[in-house]
Design a protein around this ligand. Structure first.
Ligand code: IFM
Length: 460
């Protein structure tokens, strides 16, 4: 079985994770600069100051993309490079960088897919309340318009926000991501404001850019309950599903949040939803971006040393936690995420069935962290990543054969990079990066991906 003829094969990265040049050409500080420099927040004290130095090496990186043969490259724009103060003061060298990058991609025959927000919020906006402050939505709309006007003549594929669940819940509730706050009302406000920001940005891009496609990218998973699950576990799984999978999709398809969340959060949620918001939340999506890494396994809460696991940080943690069944524990990636390739196809079919109004799906991220290093011959034999890639693609292919409208697949990631709170300790790249010398080496998975792209087929 082949993938459809016009299937888009891509690879993805994000600005803070690869660009470096944190203090060059007028770039302002982002919340990740502040967070990574706060002791104890990022493993090994790593920061994105240099990262993969892509800001200076983008031409070399585009050559490597060409070598692999990708059709499209998903990049994100660093908001603080364009508007260092988060307001309306433009930083022209920032615009010039993305113009150079976009032009070079197009010259190489690679279609840019641009994400507007992949987590590097200008620090001054956080100082004013961040995503918990509704004014950030106005600032995002202004920034979006500037990007659409500057790049829309060449960029036709737009993703507004990457993984708004991570933005709101990891950033404002668990605090493991920047800005590192632990405030439930702020997380709920941030969740609503990211959904609203998507609605406003979508309209702006459509107004400014002709013939474009706009979507949002969500991190999604299948919640698996044991066959003998009790009612409590089933309810917990449903609540988790509402948080991760349905919150933003229901908003953009219906203009409403799942009832179970409205009940769970009551006034905390209803007080931030203002009159007229429902009309903004509801958009006509051109596609949904799905980031899939693994399935999740739910059971009722258990006590560890007399305390509930996860410390009750999330309100639903009192009723559920995620445990990996024993048979999958031998196949954990370096993130300790189980390898569940069949879940990708299941998820694509579920989205197709449950939200028929979404005309197309793009897998905007999928990949695994494994720590393979160059061997004596300088080759990186990342056989586990090869298996991960081919098995996930086989699963996706069967979903397409069953009618799931999947039009694109972007591997995460093109390069080993700054993996947020894990710093450089986790390697997701198809290209190995030596962070001392910045030498790039195509791993075996990149060669396999090249073959897949050339043949539109997954090797058996
Ligand atoms: O590296 C991240 C990316 O920035 C967002 N999605 C998940 C990836 C792996 O954790």
């Amino acid at each position: 079985m082949s993938f459809p003829k016009d299937f888009i094969w891509g690879a993805a990265t994000a600005s803070y994770q690869i660009e470096g040049a944190a203090h060059e050409d007028g770039r302002g500080a982002s919340i990740w600069d502040t967070f990574s420099k706060t002791p104890g927040k990022v493993e090994n004290g790593d920061t994105g100051d240099t990262a993969c130095d892509h800001y200076h090496r983008y031409a070399e990186d585009i050559e490597l993309m060409r070598e692999i043969g990708i059709d499209s490259y998903r990049l994100s724009i660093a908001w603080p490079r364009l508007f260092p103060d988060g307001g309306t003061t433009r930083n022209e060298p920032g615009f010039a960088f993305y113009n150079r990058l976009i032009d070079a991609l197009i010259a190489a025959g690679i279609t840019p897919a641009v994400t507007l927000y992949h987590w590097d919020l200008p620090q001054p906006l956080e100082d004013a309340g961040g995503w918990a402050n509704r004014a950030t939505v106005d600032a995002f709309e202004h920034y979006t318009r500037a990007c659409a006007e500057a790049f829309g003549d060449r960029v036709k594929l737009w993703i507004t926000i990457n993984e708004p669940w991570c933005v709101s819940w990891l950033g404002y509730m668990s605090g493991v991501h920047a800005p590192g706050r632990q405030e439930l009302p702020a997380a709920i406000a941030a969740a609503h404001h990211t959904a609203l920001a998507h609605g406003r940005a979508t309209r702006v891009i459509k107004q400014v850019v002709s013939d474009c496609q706009v979507g949002i990218t969500l991190n999604m998973t299948n919640y698996i309950v044991p066959v003998d699950a009790d009612a409590e576990a089933i309810k917990a799984a449903d609540l988790l599903d509402a948080h991760i999978n349905r919150w933003w999709i229901d908003a953009l398809t219906d203009g409403q949040y799942p009832v179970v969340l409205q009940e769970e959060y009551g006034d905390m949620l209803s007080s931030v939803v203002l009159s007229g918001d429902a009309e903004i939340l509801k958009t006509e999506p051109d596609f949904l971006g799905i980031n899939y890494y693994s399935d999740s396994f739910v059971s009722t809460a258990r006590e560890v040393d007399g305390a509930l696991r996860d410390g009750g940080l999330f309100p639903f943690a009192e009723r559920a936690d995620t445990r990996v069944p024993e048979h999958l524990q031998s196949t954990l990636t370096d993130m300790e995420w189980p390898v569940t390739p069949e879940g990708l196809g299941v998820l694509a079919m579920r989205v197709h069935t449950d939200w028929p109004a979404i005309p197309a799906l793009m897998i905007t991220e999928n990949g695994a962290a494994y720590d393979d290093e160059p061997d004596a011959n300088g080759e990186v034999n990342d056989t586990r990543r090869v298996a991960y890639l081919t098995n996930h693609l086989a699963s996706l292919q069967s979903a397409i054969a069953q009618g799931a409208p999947v039009v694109a697949y972007y591997a995460w990631s093109l390069l080993d990079n700054f993996e947020w709170a894990y710093g450089y300790a986790k390697r997701f790249g198809m290209i190995h990066v030596n962070f001392h010398t910045q030498k790039r080496t195509l791993k075996r998975s990149a060669h396999t991906y090249k073959q897949i792209i050339e043949s539109d087929r997954v090797p058996v």
